[in-house]
Ligand binder design. Structure first.
Ligand code: URA
Length: 200
């Protein structure tokens, strides 16, 4: 096992031990990240749902199947090539609107995952993930498809795949977000200086 894999495993054990916090009420499990510890790109979703709770893995329900399809069709990647995490690791399904306190409670675990993996790009899926990692006040509609430098990586906010499942009219927008992500990944990485920078 590599050092990064070992460090992630240790962290996942710490996260398991936090199951007793208020956010975990009604949940059976804490859902840690999944995928390659050496990934250059990390996807960060919002919070696990029913299927993730049952299987203990992020993005295994319908949004996850759609994410797999978009990864494969547009980026030519599979789950094993990337790492997938969530802002919040456990949350009752009826709580669709986490408070800033709840987000802050889980944020250190996400930041630790990112520190261990040290990806080049963190693609955030949805509103909470984008705001949590960029610190920006604007919503996802304004932030999407902009590359924003945060410490050592770029955050690239896009719509959550579930958006297209709930609203058919967003299907093309969601696919186009992944096309923009592909273009960003294929472009030369911009120089490192500014700590917050918009490319598009
Ligand atoms: N939606 C998310 O944001 N995360 C998951 O793990 C599953 C669905």
């Amino acid at each position: 096992m590599t050092e990064k894999a070992k460090a992630l495993k240790q962290l996942s054990e710490v996260v398991e031990a936090c199951q007793k916090c208020d956010l975990a009420q009604g949940r059976t499990t804490v859902v840690f990240g999944d995928g390659s510890p050496d990934a250059d790109i990390v996807f960060v979703g919002e919070a696990p749902g029913y299927h993730e709770d049952l299987q203990g893995k992020p993005f295994v329900g319908s949004a996850g199947r759609f994410l797999d399809e978009l990864l494969q069709d547009i980026l030519g990647l599979s789950r094993g090539d990337v790492y997938i995490a969530n802002v919040i690791k456990c949350r009752p399904p009826e709580n669709r609107d986490p408070t800033s306190t709840e987000i802050e409670t889980c944020k250190p675990y996400l930041m630790k995952q990112l520190e261990i993996i040290a990806p080049k790009v963190v693609c955030t899926l949805g509103n909470f993930a984008a705001k949590t990692l960029t610190g920006r006040k604007e919503g996802i509609t304004r932030l999407r498809r902009k590359a924003i430098k945060v410490t050592t990586f770029y955050v690239f906010p896009i719509y959550h795949p579930a958006a297209a499942l709930h609203r058919g009219d967003l299907y093309d927008e969601v696919r186009q977000d992944f096309v923009s992500l592909k273009e960003f990944l294929e472009a030369p990485m911009p120089p490192d200086e500014p700590s917050q920078m918009e490319l598009f």
